[in-house]
Ligand binder design. Structure first.
Ligand code: DGJ
Length: 550
């Protein structure tokens, strides 16, 4: 993969162009907003990214036979796969499109859509995916300098040559997608990966210091709602103890904003950056409660640094949280932080309980993507030597069937109706909840009707006690005034009229599935299956429920 001759490049380019000539060009995927809600439009209709991300080193052709079967087993409709800058530009200015083309061809053959992840200047705060010719020339492509004057293992956001190189490579990649993908197999592109700098609040190099001692740009002052009169000549005076963090956020966002803008100009696909949760907070005065989440990459678009990113990187359509919270409250908190009026909610990486899917959909996410779901087991750990699950780093368990399996029932249930889920959510007709410790019943309001979701086997007899451990979830969508779509696991759903003097009567409860947007009736549920409410257990179950009152 190291060298690519001019002749080969011409042949590849002409093959791509010939293919392009034969394929009808489809509309470019785009993000739409209506009444404060967002949708990703694919082929001009809302699309839910029922996605999964492969392991970091699974984007190589030799690994793909262990990727597609996992995605098919899971019933994902979209796969997130990295594109490695070090592979894409092995020699400066020579771009190797072969792996991108392989991904396109194989994804189409497996009827999968792609979200491609540009592992460029930043990968988890490090520069580990930059090409070798950059790694060997740190003078030209410098790292962040720490407080004691030593280079850290993180790229400097002030490295003009790095910015120029990344911008050029990313634009070439996007330009190629534009010609090679008239089918729009690729729906979105992630720019960099968890950018920022672990262990250092900012770059303390001389050029960085000069800017730090200079004025805060007006767009940052505005974005961070700095009170009028507080503007002053330098970052320290404006942001006080948060100055380092605010400054680094602005620097990283500005850099990535330029990379994104160059890519967007080449091919206007939706672009996003993923956030490592819980970096230091910029402008803590806005929320004296202090950090909501643990610290990780500084300079990354986390928590209340989002306004700086929005101002400095307008070419990004979204800032998307990697939500690895393992508890319901933490998970929901992250969804609330990123599901903003100015930010569509997308979860590009997640782990934890499969029921968190319902939290994401309930917060109007346009997509959900557990991390590491392929079959490339990357570490063999003998069972006897295996420590408790919570002691293992997440990636030690990924790449196995056991890791994929927990998500499969949810994906199997949602896959045939993913378009309906996206449309109903976009139209504001869908609500979803999952079990939270201590909350055995949740109520969803649909105007004249309320839906109650309760958890635990005793829910059946009117005494909900919760499941032995939180595992339930349900979604309810209003199809017509008196008709609902209901689906879930380990829960019971019932309806009651909002008017207190009336009672619910099931008119018809149909079990079925969706095929090409049409509900396919399988049977009517009645008697024991409906008399006390609608039971959902471990098997995927989709119901179309018509109700009336007496
Ligand atoms: C988050 C990163 O974005 C991923 O690429 C991967 O490194 C995971 N962490 C590992 O758990």
């Amino acid at each position: 993969m190291r060298k690519i001759s001019g002749f080969v490049a011409v042949v590849i380019a002409s093959t791509a162009l010939a293919a392009f000539a034969q394929v009808k060009e489809r509309p470019i995927p785009r993000i739409m907003k209506k009444d404060g809600r967002y949708a990703l439009l694919v082929d001009d209709a809302p699309y839910f990214l029922l996605a999964a991300q492969v392991n970091n080193s699974s984007g190589w052709p030799a690994m793909l036979p262990q990727v597609w079967p996992a995605m098919e087993f899971l019933h994902a409709n979209t796969v997130e796969i990295p594109v490695y800058w070090e592979q894409f530009e092995p020699r400066q200015g020579q771009f190797d499109y072969r792996i991108v083309d392989t991904l396109l061809t194989q994804a189409r053959a497996h009827q999968m859509r792609l979200v491609l992840l540009w592992f460029g200047t930043w990968k988890n705060g490090n520069p580990h995916y930059v090409p070798e010719w950059m790694k060997l020339d740190p003078e030209r492509y410098p790292y962040v300098v720490d407080k004691s004057g030593h280079p850290a293992d993180s790229p400097s956001p002030f490295a003009a040559a790095s910015l120029q190189a990344d911008t050029r490579a990313f634009a070439a990649f996007m330009r190629h997608l534009r010609t090679a993908d008239p089918q729009r197999t690729v729906l979105m592109v992630q720019v960099e990966n968890e950018p920022g700098t672990g262990g250092n609040l900012r770059d303390y190099s001389a050029p960085a210091q000069k800017l730090f001692d200079g004025p805060v740009p007006a767009d940052v002052l505005k974005a961070m709602q700095v009170p009028p009169g507080a503007s002053s000549p330098n970052w320290q005076e404006v942001f006080g103890p948060d100055a380092d963090v605010c400054f680094h956020n602005w620097a990283v966002a500005k850099y990535i904003g330029q990379v994104a803008a160059a890519g967007k100009a080449a091919y206007p696909l939706p672009l996003y950056v993923n956030a490592a949760p819980g970096t230091h907070r910029c402008a803590a005065w806005r929320d004296p409660a202090g950090p909501a989440l643990p610290s990780y990459q500084d300079g990354g678009p986390s928590d209340n640094n989002l306004p700086i990113w929005k101002a400095a990187a307008p070419a990004l359509d979204m800032i998307s949280p990697d939500d690895y919270a393992r508890d319901a409250a933490g998970y929901i908190k992250m969804l609330e932080i990123y599901g903003r009026n100015d930010n569509p909610l997308f979860i590009p990486e997640t782990g934890g309980s499969p029921r968190f899917f319902f939290f994401a959909v309930g917060h109007q996410a346009i997509g959900f993507s557990p991390f590491g779901l392929d079959f490339t087991r990357i570490k063999e750990i003998p069972d006897a030597a295996r420590p408790k699950e919570e002691l293992l780093p997440p990636w030690a368990l990924t790449g196995t069937k056991e890791f994929v399996a927990p998500f499969a029932p949810t994906y199997r249930m949602i896959a045939p109706m993913a378009r309906e889920i996206a449309r109903l959510n976009y139209e504001g007709k869908l609500q979803a909840v999952a079990e939270e410790p201590g909350k055995v019943t949740q109520t969803l309001s649909f105007g004249a009707w309320e839906a109650t979701v309760s958890y635990g086997v005793w829910a059946r007899y009117g005494r909900p006690a919760g499941n032995p451990q939180p595992m339930g979830g349900a979604l309810v969508a209003q199809l017509q005034d008196n008709q609902f779509l209901v689906a879930g696991f380990y829960s019971r759903v019932d309806f009651r009229p909002a008017a207190a003097e009336r009672h619910r009567r099931f008119l018809r409860v149909e079990e079925g599935t969706y095929e090409n947007g049409v509900f396919k009736f399988r049977r009517v549920l009645n008697g024991d299956q409906t008399d006390g409410g609608l039971d959902f257990s471990s098997e995927p179950l989709v119901l179309r429920v018509s109700v009336t009152t007496y």
